[in-house]
Design a protein around this ligand. Structure first.
Ligand code: GLN
Length: 239
């Protein structure tokens, strides 16, 4: 090979390797069935969490690659290194903390009860005894209701399925995270929220226990986004 073409080759290889490895990628697991945090719009995954993680990616100079999967497959995917982190309106519960690390919390929520508009007898969680209550498999709402022995829970793969069955009077109530419930009540006819609220839950980003460096980078980025106003802008956009 001539000297000039060797140089050209060298430059090309250099450019290619910088573009391939220069900016690392972070694979992010989510479950795009949880509006306004993550949902599909015209076939694209959008939402508060998606904007937040992209803003974090910019802060730490990493490209974000989103992978959509079932909610109950998210922690296993993290443990099997199929994704680097999970952002999915996921509550940093004690049980989950045994399996993965969580970032500092980025949102607070409660479990709430969604009812048919004409329901007058359910005023709080105690009134769910003897009733059929829809929950989503593996959500914290599922855990709360499963602990109430006199409640018949009906488990769904996605929250929208439970809402439709409530509208069709197939079940008496749906227990779901507050902001998502507010969103459903706003956009669907014939349903309302019950006033009573469950315990406080904090949403956080889940990270493998093997990656403490990424955990501290993400925490620093969250702090910065809260300070510089980006976080507040996202709250305004989605909530
Ligand atoms: N916050 C609830 C949980 O962690 C629901 C999350 C979700 O549906 N994406 O179980």
């Amino acid at each position: 090979m001539k000297k000039v073409s060797k140089i050209v080759m060298g430059v090309l290889i250099f450019i290619l390797s910088v573009s391939a490895f220069g900016k690392g990628k972070i694979y992010v697991g989510t479950n795009a069935e949880f509006p306004p945090f993550e949902y599909l719009q015209d076939g694209k995954i959008v939402g508060f969490d998606i904007d937040l993680i992209n803003a974090i990616g910019k802060e730490i100079n990493k490209d974000i690659v989103i992978k959509d999967m079932a909610f109950d497959g998210l922690i296993p995917a993290l443990q099997m290194n199929k994704v680097d982190i999970v952002i999915a309106g996921m509550t940093a519960s004690e049980d989950r903390k045994a399996a993965v690390n969580f970032s500092s919390p980025y949102y607070e929520a409660n479990q709430v009860i969604i009812l048919n508009e004409n329901n007058k007898d359910i005023k709080g969680f105690k009134d769910l005894n003897g009733k059929i209550v829809g929950v989503v498999l593996g959500f914290t709402g599922d855990l709360v209701i499963s602990e109430m022995k006199d409640v018949n829970s009906k488990k769904y793969n996605a929250s929208y399925g439970a809402i439709m069955e409530l509208q069709n009077n197939k079940i008496d109530a749906v227990v779901l995270d507050s902001q998502t419930a507010i969103n459903y009540v706003k956009h669907n006819k014939g349903i309302k929220l019950c006033d009573s609220k469950g315990d406080l839950e904090e949403y956080a980003i889940a990270i493998s226990k093997n990656n403490p460096k990424l955990l501290s980078e993400i925490n620093k980025a969250i702090e910065e986004l809260k300070k510089n106003g980006t976080y507040d802008k996202l709250i305004e956009k989605y909530m």
